[in-house]
Design a protein around this ligand. Structure first.
Ligand code: DON
Length: 561
């Protein structure tokens, strides 16, 4: 494989083949009926309502996304927040432009090249935290694209943090699972049973300070000072200079076409868009509609296996490592497609890659937004594990992420998601850890030839990409209802471990038997996974359908125009 010497992500993508460079304009929902109103679909109803409140106040989808993200950080404290990061994928209707706000965490300087994780955990405790990016990302998004002042977007989150909210069944389960990692502040705040109220006065104060002084305070002001002092005292690695150096970055999303559909998705340091492009590139000439169910499942599993192999081996922060120039080269993907034997599973050991695995569960959040002008946001935000590192900074009330574990802290060894990754994703000061978060827009014709847009994404660690792939295919193939694109049982292959992980019911018995016969190791997971929050926008009528995942208790809130 030829290795290019490209450093900037922008340039790295410019160097990728034309598959990626399908011009966004072609697929922009031009000549469409405007949406019938605005909509926010989020994992927590209170957060969806926070977004809708911005639309009511005259804000646009970007103001709504800011308010939803901030509120989620309060009412889903185990999943995301200003102590973490994420990716906002935006469609700016007026200029027909797609952009990605990269608010991914960076490695603190003291993390060096990961030596610290030889003796200390990259999952539990303050040393597992990367430099948080969410506050900067929200600040950048609202400043460049919002209509309301940032203070407005912060109001619902401040109110929710002060007033409190009851612990849901889902959150109670996360708390039980994670409480042993809690520091005393986290324990005092979150060690609660279902139905008890969580109030976060310290976080409310921090958010109010950021509202008054701007997000810069998080990185260069009083909040930065407090966070850095807590970190120094409690064994964390983040220092003031790491915070000062942090920048959210606007990047060009990954975009490609597949059989009449246009897909726009997250760029590096998320592996999501490139991995989707890799799978669809392998399937460039496959008419999936005509395949028998077992053949379709087999082909998808084999394509996932090959795409995750490349992801795990070659991808990392493109500002630090060179991504192979021919990563998505159609000829290379065609060769990979040709290596798929339709009658036999290819053992991972026969595909040149990295060696063996592990496994675990966790949390993150996704929400989707559209406004009456057609602006759209798909945002996936994370603190990685449930309650991140388990460490809450006592003087700010901020839950710190444990995103350092998304690096290959020990290249060749599995991380919490069983991903075995290479040196491209090794730790380096200031570098962003590779992510699987895949906020995505898919645009293309429905049954009646009229264009539709699907706004989609989900939490779920390494399985995020295969979930978005399957839901996107549901939309593209259009054989079932929108609800089942999201709710159908899922399956996943990530190269290593060399098994097809799947939800109960993902394969009818005859398909499962056939897959086993072809040599696939099927592993039924005890629990269903993911928490997708999607919107379907039909261009001809302007109709919006919100599709919260039945696995969670998310809500679609609609505001008619
Ligand atoms: O960025 C990533 O790939 C992970 N930190 C996402 C973690 C996640 O989705 C956990 N959710 N269940």
């Amino acid at each position: 494989m030829k290795l290019g010497r490209m450093r900037a992500c922008r340039r790295a993508q410019a160097g990728l083949p034309s598959l990626l460079l399908a011009i966004a304009l072609l697929a922009a929902p031009a000549h469409a009926a405007a949406p019938q109103g605005g909509m926010v679909v989020a994992a927590e109803p209170a957060a969806a309502r926070a977004g809708i409140a911005m639309l009511k106040a005259g804000g646009n989808a970007f103001d709504a996304a800011a308010a939803t993200a901030l509120a989620l950080g309060v009412v889903e404290p185990g999943s995301s927040g200003i102590g973490g990061g994420g990716f906002f994928l935006l469609y700016i209707a007026k200029t027909h432009r797609y952009v990605m706000i990269d608010a991914r965490e960076t490695a603190p300087r003291l993390a060096g090249h990961g030596e610290v994780f030889r003796t200390q955990s990259s999952i539990d405790g303050p040393q597992s935290a990367g430099v948080p990016g969410l506050a900067a990302g929200i600040g950048l998004m609202v400043k460049r694209y919002g209509r309301l002042p940032l203070t407005r977007a912060m109001e619902p989150a401040i109110r929710l943090a002060k007033r409190g909210f009851p612990v849901s069944k889902r959150l109670a389960a996360m708390i039980r699972w994670r409480r042993t990692a809690f520091n005393p502040t986290a324990r005092a705040l979150f060690d609660k049973q279902e139905g008890e109220i969580i109030r976060q006065p310290q976080l409310a104060e921090t958010l109010a300070r950021l509202a008054a002084r701007g997000m810069a305070d998080f990185y260069r002001g009083e909040t930065a000072g407090r966070l850095a002092a807590d970190m120094r005292r409690d064994g964390g690695l983040i220092r003031r200079d790491d915070l000062t150096a942090y920048r959210a970055i606007e990047r060009r999303p990954v975009a490609f076409d597949w059989r009449g559909f246009h897909v726009v998705s997250a760029a590096l340091p998320s592996s999501g868009g490139l991995t989707l492009a890799h799978v669809f590139g392998q399937l460039a000439h496959d008419d999936l509609k005509r395949l028998a169910p077992a053949d379709r499942a087999h082909l998808l599993i084999e394509a996932m296996k090959r795409a995750y192999r490349d992801r795990n081996q070659y991808l990392g922060d493109a500002d630090f490592v060179a991504i192979p120039r021919d990563y998505l080269d159609p000829a290379r993907l065609k060769r990979l497609r040709a290596s798929i034997d339709m009658r036999h599973a290819t053992p991972a050991s026969r595909l040149k890659g990295l060696a063996e695995p592990g496994g675990a569960a966790a949390n993150t959040t996704h929400f989707s937004v559209i406004d009456k002008d057609g602006n759209m946001v798909a945002a996936t935000l994370s603190i990685n594990y449930p309650f991140g590192s388990g460490y809450v900074s006592p003087s700010t009330g901020i839950v710190l992420n444990d995103e350092m574990d998304d690096f290959a802290t020990r290249p060749g060894q599995p991380n919490a998601y069983g991903l075995v990754q290479g040196t491209a994703n090794a730790v380096a000061p200031g570098k962003r850890m590779l992510s699987s978060m895949t906020p995505t827009f898919v645009i293309g014709p429905g049954k009646h030839g009229k264009n539709r847009t699907f706004i989609v994404g989900t939490p779920g660690g390494s399985r995020i990409i295969s979930m978005v792939l399957l839901a996107s295919l549901g939309f593209m193939l259009d054989e079932t209802t929108p609800a089942s694109w999201v709710n159908a049982p899922r399956f996943h292959h990530q190269f290593l471990p060399d098994v097809v992980q799947h939800e109960p019911g993902a394969f009818p018995p005859d398909v499962a038997a056939e897959l086993k016969h072809r040599g696939h190791a099927l592993k039924e997971l005890k629990r269903r996974y993911g928490n997708m929050q999607a919107i379907l926008y039909e261009h001809a009528s302007g109709r919006l359908t919100g599709i919260p995942d039945a696995r969670g208790h998310g809500a679609a809130v609609f505001l008619p125009r």
